[in-house]
Design a protein around this ligand. Structure first.
Ligand SMILES: [Zn+2]
Length: 290
């Protein structure tokens, strides 16, 4: 269910990262951008892509590796995600040792370091060498909204990608957001009639806007899945993701996420918005409540 498709903006950055997955992916990557720009979500998607064992599009979402990631249980994926102000040197030292253990499942190991600027100076120094010359199976993906606080010596070792803020990516206007909020609320309440009312507003959108709104719903669902797994990494402001996570099971939300991905492809492939929107209501209701 992690997918590059859900990043509706930052087209060039996403395109080059996606392409790199099939060639030589840089082993040390830093993703920068303001809070809420989708850095962590992108880092997770890249990790899934690197570890995916499926044969087609990466991440495929269905191979054993992708499923382990969805269930937060992939042995070759490590998260450094600190709530505290500082990531201490002990964490960096431990990581430095662990990274030399061979991968368990796949032929790769991925380490995601969130808020990399929280690594204190000693911790950054401890990681310097391993970031410069990681073992050939190891990949480090760092995210930071304050790259200015990262040592130049670390920065120079990273391939850098910057995400534009969501507001600039897509000019998401409040009307769109309100409709998505209304739709999610109706969905949480299993109110098919209200779902329909909200989806009727989507019918009037241009195709690019309809794809954007479907993408927003997917992003909200992804937030719900994160909430349900006890992770707080929402991309969107609160528009009902928490409520949905409380009312509908993760499995169903994942199913719905995938279904909306199919709808987005249909819009791309010229399906009439009225049919897409009718399908959205009927199938979303069915997936979640029947
Ligand atoms: Zn896969």
């Amino acid at each position: 269910m992690l997918s590059f498709e859900s990043f509706s903006g930052n087209t060039e950055v996403i395109k080059s990262l996606k392409a790199a997955l099939y060639h030589r992916f840089p082993q040390t990557v830093l993703i920068t951008g303001s809070q809420g720009s989708g850095k962590w979500s992108l880092a997770n998607t890249i990790a899934a892509g690197l570890l995916c064992t499926g044969s087609g599009q990466k991440p495929c979402g269905v191979c054993q590796s992708c499923r382990k990631i969805q269930h937060n249980s992939h042995p070759d994926l490590e998260y450094i995600d600190y709530k505290e102000q500082e990531i201490p040197v002990a964490v960096a030292r431990e990581l430095r040792q662990q990274i030399y253990l061979l991968p368990n499942d796949c032929d790769r190991r991925v380490v995601l370091i969130r808020h990399a600027h929280k690594l204190n100076i000693a911790a950054q120094n401890a990681l310097l060498k391993v970031l410069e010359e990681p073992p050939e199976y190891a990949f480090f993906i760092l995210t930071s909204e304050q790259p200015g606080s990262i040592l130049e010596t670390i920065l120079s070792r990273c391939s850098k990608y910057n995400l534009a803020p969501v507001s600039k990516q897509d000019k998401i206007d409040n009307t769109h957001m309100n409709h998505v909020r209304g739709f999610l609320k109706a969905l949480s309440n299993a109110n098919e009639y209200q779902m329909l009312i909200n989806a009727m507003a989507f019918e009037k959108l241009s195709k690019p806007d309809l794809r954007l709104v479907l993408g927003l719903i997917q992003t909200a669902l992804r937030d719900s899945i994160f909430f349900a797994n006890g992770l707080s990494a929402s991309i969107l402001p609160e528009i009902g993701q928490t409520e949905l996570a409380n009312r509908v099971s993760v499995e169903k939300i994942i199913k719905l996420y995938d279904f909306i991905g199919i709808l987005r492809e249909r819009v791309q492939g010229n399906a009439a918005p009225v049919i897409v929107c009718a399908g959205l209501c009927a199938t979303a209701y069915e997936i979640c409540f029947v």
